[in-house]
Design a protein around this ligand. Structure first.
Ligand SMILES: NC(=O)c1ccc[n+]([C@@H]2O[C@H](COP(=O)([O-])OP(=O)(O)OC[C@H]3O[C@@H](n4cnc5c(N)ncnc54)[C@H](O)[C@@H]3O)[C@@H](O)[C@H]2O)c1
Length: 430
């Protein structure tokens, strides 16, 4: 029987709550015993939700680490600019750590965290939830089994929906690179770069080049006659695709971000929400009125690998349907699939069996039953990552999916190099 793992939440926000929910579903394997968050509303909401004693709630990590160690691990769900500074004290105190991605915002602090973790012998796992999904795990297994031979080329893309793009990267917490310190490629697509390099583990990136630009947003692109707040003064309130009215009132898309300032209010009414969007809620502001300080809304990245293989990744913010595609071509076959459809095709070269010269097997994970239990976040990846983390702390060897800190360094470095290329317009060597 595995030991119940006790955790302290540092940064008791959306993501920490997602991971911590496992303790309500399976209290025998995990228990939340402490909370660290400077926001008193968040602290109290999470304290109540997880029945944490008052004396185990802290405003910052420095107060928390003054106390003798009283839990097995920390789940760090702070925003990216705080990941390293809030993790180092807890690692020094001897806690193991589940840390949200991206775990650092530049190479210097990445190395700093790595050296503290190594020095303390800490177990650190990064929130690369896609690796734990049945879809990517199944594809990784084909690669490991040699089903498509040696990989020649890997193409992946992430299509971010127009409403997700706007709520997070125009109106939201990742709107300004200067403030959040994480460009969209790092904040959003470090997952995708991680998946690519995880599939390409037999080799490593040698060079990268990247281009990106701001296509749709920024004050200079504001259409004529548009207002300042959707619900206050905009004649386009009923037909603009970015309208706060359709996205946040008619539908409750991204409620966890949009109603953050009203979190302390019980029984929110429509009038409360309308008033907020008309007055001080940033999600009620016209999308073209935000400062864009070098942000992109789309970016392409090309890798040259040490063994001669190539990889391309394309991030497009502003699509109708959110979608992640993958197409891996190997010397013996290929795999092509769409994550959101939970479906991929494995083609194997087979000159003697058909006129076409290949066999094709369709894997529909919805039909095979592999997607049962995958309705939770990121195709079930959120929950599976927690189970994997708890097993790891209980002494199990890291699984194929396990995104340890050491194992996540390469993909973070790749994003930093891709950003360097995009900014300087040069091919960057690793
Ligand atoms: N793995 C994934 O797929 C995934 C998905 C979404 C977001 N994320 C990442 O998760 C992280 C958190 O995002 P979120 O939306 O949950 O954020 P959030 O704003 O909901 O939560 C962050 C919390 O940190 C608290 N905080 C601020 N300063 C602090 C400090 N000094 N010490 C402790 N707590 C502090 C805030 O009060 C807030 O409650 C981000 O880095 C984001 O990129 C990961």
């Amino acid at each position: 029987m595995e030991k119940q793992i006790s955790v302290v939440l540092v940064g008791a926000g959306n993501r920490a709550n997602v991971y911590a929910s496992v303790s309500l579903k399976k209290p025998e394997i995990m228990k939340v015993v402490g909370i660290v968050d400077p926001d008193p509303v968040r602290r109290e909401l999470m304290r109540e939700r997880y029945s944490v004693p008052h004396e185990n709630c802290f405003e910052n990590v420095y107060e928390f680490v003054k106390r003798d160690k009283f839990a097995d691990a920390v789940i760090n769900g702070t925003m990216e600019d705080l990941h390293v500074s809030t993790s180092i004290p807890v690692l020094e105190k001897g806690y193991d750590l589940l840390l949200e991605k991206p775990f650092a915002v530049n190479e210097k602090e990445m190395n700093e965290l790595l050296s503290v973790a190594r020095k303390n012998g800490s177990k650190v796992v990064i929130g690369h939830v896609l690796r734990y999904t049945n879809f990517y795990k199944a594809i990784k297994n084909h690669v490991l089994n040699g089903d498509i031979g040696k990989i020649i080329s890997i193409e992946t893309c992430e299509h971010v929906s127009y409403h997700h793009m706007v709520v997070s990267y125009v109106r939201g917490k990742w709107a300004s690179e200067k403030v959040c310190l994480a460009p969209m490629l790092l904040a959003k697509s470090c997952h995708d770069i991680d998946i690519m390099l995880w599939m390409m583990k037999e080799t490593e990136p040698k060079q990268v080049v990247s281009f990106g630009s701001e296509f749709q947003f920024g004050k200079d692109k504001k259409p004529e006659g548009v207002g300042t707040r959707c619900l206050k003064d905009c004649p386009r309130v009923d037909d603009c695709i970015f309208s706060a009215k359709s996205n946040y009132l008619a539908f409750s898309r991204w409620w966890q971000y949009v109603w953050k300032t009203l979190e302390s209010k019980k029984d929110l009414t429509l009038e409360d929400k309308e008033y907020s969007l008309k007055t001080d809620n940033r999600y009620g502001k016209c999308v073209w009125d935000f400062e864009r300080d070098g942000n992109v809304d789309h970016q392409a990245v090309v890798f040259n690998f040490a063994n001669g293989a190539t990889g391309t990744f394309s991030m497009v913010g502003g699509c109708a349907k959110p979608e992640r595609n993958i197409h891996i071509v190997g010397t013996l076959g290929e795999i092509k699939g769409t994550f959101e459809d939970s479906r991929y095709v494995l083609r194997k070269m087979s000159p003697s069996t058909s006129e076409m010269g290949y066999t094709e097997t369709v894997y529909d994970l919805n039909v095979t039953g592999d997607m049962i239990g995958a309705s939770s976040g990121h195709g079930g990846g959120d929950e599976k990552l927690v189970y994997d983390f708890l097993d790891y702390l209980n002494g199990a060897d890291p699984t194929v999916s396990c995104a340890t800190l050491e194992d996540s360094v390469i993909s973070h470095r790749a994003v930093f190099k891709a950003m360097e290329s995009k900014i300087n317009g040069k091919i960057i060597d690793f």
